[in-house]
Design a protein around this ligand. Structure first.
Ligand SMILES: Nc1ncnc2c1ncn2[C@@H]1O[C@H](COP(=O)(O)OP(=O)(O)OP(=O)(O)O)[C@@H](O)[C@H]1O
Ligand SMILES: [Mg+2]
Length: 340
């Protein structure tokens, strides 16, 4: 975990971002009016059920939405410049050196018909003024930090000669070797053994400490988020329904969805053999979102307001936002009581 300095300026700002995909049944808006910022050296953990829009959000930060996907509203500002205004050459350096990404599918990063070493060396030589020999040494060093056995042999392999977990470690090594300003990691450790997971997380933390790298970490593993993140953003149906400091979100979550998500985490030492909690129902599909709060059909606290009006963001502090009518109501009651 990094020392999170409240006073430092955001390196990345996402303002009222909306993203739409063309779909056979019509366009679907899968990121809906979403805003957040990321400070230098900060680790932002993003959690949320499958299909909530986590990957779409982070891929858009790279300016790499797939065909059929487009930003229809809002802006992404990196170091005071909108990424929409970057030239082609600026975009090339932005992707990799400014923002590097470890993709959910490691296979999508690696070229299947080129040896690992050739890909790694080319990437390093593109972004740093170094010789091929220096790049090779750096690549081997990075691969060994990712706990890959025999990195000097791995460098001569083709991707198909590696297991899924090994490919993932190569992809992580390549992204981290670029020493980017921001490292985006989309489920980086899901294909790995827990012992290797811990080593890779430690390497990511070292990278952040050494180069003041900010990290956006997407994971379904609450333990990893609780260990690494400074802040946590909870996504549901394309919105960050709760965003705040990690200790607040873990210890005193305000949104009923966050509370349910945290209650769903299995406990290893479940001595009372308690039944595992699961959130009732399914997230709604983007073509038929409820008119009120999109979590209302699954929420035990939902009332008429929740079912009829979308919630506005309630800013509890400058760094803590929740989209929930119930939080808004309790704040109003508290303010009125304080005024008496
Ligand atoms: N290329 C695409 N074309 C059309 N729709 C897409 C495309 N990619 C994603 N979607 C849709 O966008 C929504 C969000 O998907 P996304 O992959 O961003 O979710 P996610 O939170 O990353 O899920 P997971 O946890 O399973 O990785 C889903 O409804 C998905 O079906
Ligand atoms: Mg995803």
């Amino acid at each position: 975990m990094t020392a999170f300095n409240e006073s430092c300026k955001p390196i990345l700002r996402v303002n009222n971002l909306s993203i739409q995909y063309d779909n056979i049944n019509g366009p679907i808006k899968v990121i809906r009016d979403l805003s957040f910022s990321l400070k230098k050296k900060e680790v932002l953990g993003i959690v949320g059920e499958s299909g909530s829009g986590k990957t779409t959000l982070v891929v858009s930060l790279l300016g790499m939405l797939p065909p059929g996907g487009q930003v229809v509203d809002g802006d992404i500002i990196f170091k005071d410049r909108s990424i929409a205004n970057l030239s082609k050459a600026e975009k090339r350096s932005y992707r990799g050196k400014s923002i590097a990404m470890i993709f959910q599918e490691p296979g999508s990063t690696l070229n299947p018909v080129r040896r690992i070493g050739a890909q790694f060396i080319e990437t390093l030589c593109c972004h740093f003024p170094i010789t091929k020999t220096e790049a090779r040494e750096r690549a081997i060093d990075m691969l060994s930090k990712m706990s890959l056995p025999n990195p000097d042999m791995v460098i001569n392999y083709f991707p198909f000669q590696l297991s899924g977990g090994m490919k993932q470690r190569v992809a992580i090594a390549m992204a981290m070797a670029l020493e980017p300003d921001i490292l985006i990691a989309d489920e980086p450790t899901s294909a790995l053994d827990v012992t290797v997971q811990a080593q890779i997380i430690e390497e990511m933390q070292k990278l952040s400490d050494k180069f003041s790298t900010s990290i956006i970490l997407i994971t379904h593993n609450m333990g990893v988020v609780a260990h690494m993140a400074d802040r946590i953003g909870v996504m549901y149906t394309g919105q960050m329904v709760e965003l705040g400091a990690k200790h607040e979100i873990i210890n005193k979550p305000k949104h009923p969805y966050t509370r349910s998500l945290l209650t769903s985490v299995p406990i290893i030492n479940n001595s009372k053999n308690k039944k595992l909690f699961s959130i009732k129902g399914q997230p709604p599909d983007f073509l038929h979102l409820p008119i009120g709060c999109t979590f209302a059909p699954r929420c035990n606290l939902a009332d008429r307001t929740c079912n009829s009006k979308p919630p506005f963001p309630v800013e509890l502090t400058a760094d803590y936002t929740v989209f929930c009518h119930k939080v808004e109501t309790s704040r109003k009651v508290y303010r009125e009581a304080a005024a008496i």
